[in-house]
Design a protein around this ligand. Sequence first.
Ligand SMILES: Nc1ncnc2c1ncn2[C@@H]1O[C@H](COP(=O)(O)OP(=O)(O)OP(=O)(O)O)[C@@H](O)[C@H]1O
Ligand code: SF4
Ligand SMILES: [Mg+2]
Length: 367
Amino acid sequence: MTSEGNLLDVADLRTRYPVRRSIADRLARRPRQWVRAVDGVSFSLRRGEMVALVGESGCGKTSTAQTILRMVEATSGTITVDGQNITTLSQRRLRPLRRGIQMVYQDPYESLDPRFRVRQTVEEPLLVHGIGTSKSEREELISSALERAGLAPAALYLNRYAHELSGGQRQRVAIAAALALDPVLLLADEPVSMLDVSVRAGVLSLLDGLRRDGRLGVLMITHDLSTAAHFADRIAVMYLGRIVEYGPARQVVSDPRHPYTKALLSVVPNRDPRVRNAAQILSGETPNPVAIPAGCRFRPRCPIAEDRCADIDPALGPPGSGGSGSGGTLASRVGRAGQYGQASQAGHAGVADVASYPDHEVACLLA
Ligand SMILES: Nc1ncnc2c1ncn2[C@@H]1O[C@H](COP(=O)(O)OP(=O)(O)OP(=O)(O)O)[C@@H](O)[C@H]1O
Ligand code: SF4
Ligand SMILES: [Mg+2]
């Protein structure tokens, strides 16, 4: 994994939130505690590529996206978009670049203003960024964005209010509002989880198609490993603020290495009803980002943990670093160049060259 030519490089990113202190805490002068929501995340993404960030609720997926978008500030680490380090850019210098990074939210019912017609919803970001000098120029951009989002002919939708659209159409309008700005990077946070099952595939195919023309890259956040396996080139599995496994999607799902990935996959229903997976229900304490266990953070729930797992905090290193991002020894940096050097994803031809990303990395001592 090298940072050369990447659209997005995230290196050892950390984001923490203060835990609100009670009056009793203040009186007793107890030190402030922190939610370590993102705790050393590293990955990269190319134009034309879709990377899926998967993991259970509360593991830090949304916080990772919000930090990349600079909606929340990183505590440390770096975010590089199209070769430019944006981690600490001032809001003024960030503003023109923000246009290139757009987020699609989970709930299209909340993300669209019910008082706006579709035309206004898609026009608003253009006005905010000063794009389109005349009403007619903006009208063209709006129509083109709607049609790119699969709402064609655009004239059918321009004058409708959000309540006059189906859930799938609302999400397409939200995507059109993002596309109107011609972004290079789309961050899609659970983009179909609020939609009826019947329209999910259509919206996912839309995102898939958008990145296939090579103009933009998509970071898709999802709980659903089977969706990730179907659409993404690469999967990053996140646990308690950290990516614990990262690699070509097919290899992550067909040959998972980290015990957490194995547990996640064991509960994904098999398409063939005759094949039953032995579901591996994780026991142990619920992960708590305020008190991340010492050593390997997965240890309290890991079915194969050994004593030595208490001493080392395995982590995947920043892109191209060849080392651990957290200072711990990454004894488990397995499956590197050579082993997966020939990996390619049939059916994903024309998009990011997965073979040029040979790494399948696992943050586990024993994987
Ligand atoms: N603004 C905030 N202030 C304090 N804690 C927060 C804040 N936002 C998120 N958290 C905490 O940070 C952790 C990560 O939250 P985040 O929303 O990033 O997880 P997630 O993986 O997106 O979860 P989900 O799948 O449920 O959306 C959680 O413990 C959450 O409670
Ligand atoms: S290092 Fe690997 S084996 Fe040890 S606790 Fe962590 S995940 Fe389990
Ligand atoms: Mg979330």
